[in-house]
Design a protein around this ligand. Structure first.
Ligand code: C6P
Length: 425
């Protein structure tokens, strides 16, 4: 059962980045929990962030006061639910700098968004001998759909390799992105290395040869200001649950002119204009891509998450994470046996920090840290090609967010020191 006492040492929680972590933490009920007799130190937000009360309350409010299906009924509840649901589309468009609200399609998550692009856009635009360019640092969500498309179409899957410090090796980009390239699909921020990739430059390189750029923004949108228009991308995908919102909601943003030409990827109610045995025609954007009853409650909860992030300010969040990440890299680097993967300069990366211990398997690291109340992820992080490129099997990963501060870094580093003596090292 959650306990209500926060046994962390209190301090102001404020650093000079404008985020008061103590005030933020007070908004997250789960962070008052103890795990294995220790105050929870949650360092697994790259897998999924925790939720503030405002998000939880907005879902309860919807179910208690105005639950109804959307886009169908004419009664009061249906109208209120429809307005609330559609309002989130506008808020999302604003949040990511989308020029048109109907370019925002709600899906179940980043994975579904990328699958939708790879099948609905890919099947019509990629043919035999065409090239699909991805990178060595992709999450499987931005790897496997393109692999499958390449197999279906006899297309060629090409890769941008990584450098030893965990950045994209762009030295031979003109050999990789060629006249045969139809799509370049790249993670905006690596979930393993934290690396922030030069999406704008890659979009320009793709466009030069008439290809499109698909950005996987699952790790970027929660942590830094993102503007799809400024980036110049064609598609952008992300998930609500990594940015304080509920699970089961994702966003697929695409340029209107591309979405308008694209075939649906799900068929059924609400995505049609007219249906007869002879002919079916599609609804306009965005309905064409939202067949069936959508995840109304969680989309509404997602708006509360956007409000929360906007109140803090995405620039402040980025500054706060640079501060905590800089400190974490500094402190982890001092520990015997620990190697940090990815760029060491926090201005070039996000707060997902993968590390290995020379003598202890990442699974054992995670289990030991859990015994001290610290939640980290261990394994291949759904990025097996990257593990292979780095010649390692797995890493432990501590990932930081708005409710983490330097004290959490100290707790982590103390526990890692205790771990090595526990293992007799
Ligand atoms: N990464 C992690 O622990 P979904 O599961 O659809 O919400 O997001 C998939 C996804 C896509 N791209 C990137 C860069 C991601 O990091 C993720 C999810 C989590 O790293 C869970 S595997």
């Amino acid at each position: 059962m959650p306990t209500k006492t926060d046994k962390r040492t209190t301090g102001s929680g404020r650093n000079d980045t404008g985020i008061d972590t103590n005030a933020v933490r007070a908004d997250f009920p789960i962070l008052t929990r103890e795990i294995n007799g220790h105050p929870l130190v949650y360092l697994d937000s790259a897998a999924s962030s925790q939720k503030p009360k405002a998000v939880i309350n907005s879902i309860v409010d919807y179910y208690e006061n105005y639950h109804s299906n959307v886009h169908r009924g004419l009664h009061t509840l249906a109208e209120k639910a429809t307005n609330a649901y559609e309002n989130v589309r506008g808020r999302t468009a604003q949040f990511i700098g989308a020029p048109h609200v109907e370019e925002v399609i709600f899906t179940r998550g980043a994975t579904e968004s990328i699958n939708a692009i790879a099948s609905a856009w890919g099947d019509d635009n990629v043919g035999e001998g065409d090239e699909i360019v991805i990178t060595e640092m992709e999450h499987h969500a931005n790897f496997v759909p393109w692999y499958a498309l390449a197999k279906r179409k006899n297309a060629i899957l090409k890769k941008i390799s990584i450098t030893t410090d965990g950045q994209l090796d762009l030295s031979n980009l003109s050999e990789i992105i060629t006249e045969r390239t139809k799509v370049v699909a790249v993670s905006h921020m690596s979930n393993v290395l934290g690396t922030i990739n030069p999406i704008k430059e890659l979009a320009q390189a793709a466009h030069k040869v008439g290809a499109i750029l698909v950005a996987d923004g699952a790790q970027a949108v929660p942590h830094m200001p993102v503007n799809v228009s400024e980036l110049g991308v064609d598609f952008y995908a992300f998930s609500s649950h990594k940015m304080l919102g509920p699970t089961g909601v994702g966003v697929l943003w695409g340029k209107k002119e591309i979405l308008e030409k694209m075939q649906p990827f799900l068929y059924g109610g609400e995505m049609i204009r007219e249906v007869s045995f002879e002919k079916v025609t599609w609804a306009d954007l965005p309905n064409k891509f939202e067949a069936g009853t959508p995840n109304i409650a969680d989309v509404i909860g997602f708006e509360a998450a956007l409000d929360y992030l906007e109140n803090l300010g995405m620039d402040n969040i980025r500054r706060h994470e640079i501060d905590v990440t800089t400190y974490a890299i500094e402190q982890l680097s001092k520990l015997k046996g620990i190697t940090i993967q990815g760029p060491h300069d926090a201005t070039m990366r996000g707060g997902a920090i993968s590390f290995t211990d020379a003598d202890i398997h990442p699974h054992d690291i995670s289990t030991f840290l859990d015994s001290k109340g610290i939640a980290v992820r261990a394994g291949h992080h759904c990025a097996q090609p990257l593990m292979r490129a780095m010649n390692i099997i797995a890493t432990a990963r501590a990932s930081f967010y708005i409710y983490n501060d330097r004290k959490d870094v100290d707790t982590l580093c103390n526990a890692l020191t205790q771990m090595r003596s526990y293992f007799g090292l």
